[in-house]
Ligand binder design. Structure first.
Ligand code: FES
Length: 166
């Protein structure tokens, strides 16, 4: 992605402008604006972080502090389907690591990697806040509770059969 490509659209800028007005200061809008950047560009590159800082009138370090603290913000590109496996205590005790190993084997990649076709990225995440449904896997932010190797294999197979259109 070239630096020129990292620009919010006019519609997005209008949305951000309206959002900022709801808060006491522009820094309060930082997290939703970072989500917008991630949605628009797929990940939040350094160029995107600089652009967000400029749009909100913040220092780059203020943006970096948030991007690097929260695991839901990505600084690198990822696959079309992001498989986020919770491995916190509740999920770990319900087989999250075994599930993650199985998914890695099914995809032929290691944790944190993306499949060669760019379809799947698998990542380990902190508590997804759905401990009662452990183990939990989020697929592009959709929760799959009581996830099993069979369920995840079926999902991967379905996505591949649909050519990633699911
Ligand atoms: S420990 Fe996995 S959702 Fe809370």
């Amino acid at each position: 992605m070239s630096a020129d490509a990292v620009r919010f659209s006019e519609e997005r800028l209008a949305e951000i402008d309206a959002l900022v007005k709801r808060y006491p200061g522009p820094q309060s809008a930082l997290m939703p604006v970072l989500y917008m950047a991630q949605e628009d560009f797929g990940y939040i590159s350094m160029e995107a972080q600089k652009m967000v800082a400029q749009v909100l009138g913040l220092r780059l370090m203020q943006v970096r502090e948030v991007v690097t603290f929260y695991t839901m913000f990505r600084e690198q590109p990822c696959g079309k389907y992001l498989l986020e496996v919770c491995t916190n205590a509740g999920c770990m005790l319900n087989g999250a690591y075994e599930l993650a190993d199985h998914m890695c084997n099914s995809l032929g990649i290691k944790m944190g990697e993306t499949t060669r076709d760019g379809m799947f990225t698998i990542a380990e995440v902190e508590c997804a806040g759905a401990c009662g449904g452990a183990p939990v896997v989020q697929v592009n932010n959709i929760y799959h509770e009581k996830a099993t190797p069979e369920l995840m294999d079926a999902l991967i197979t379905q996505v591949r059969a649909d050519g990633g259109a699911a």
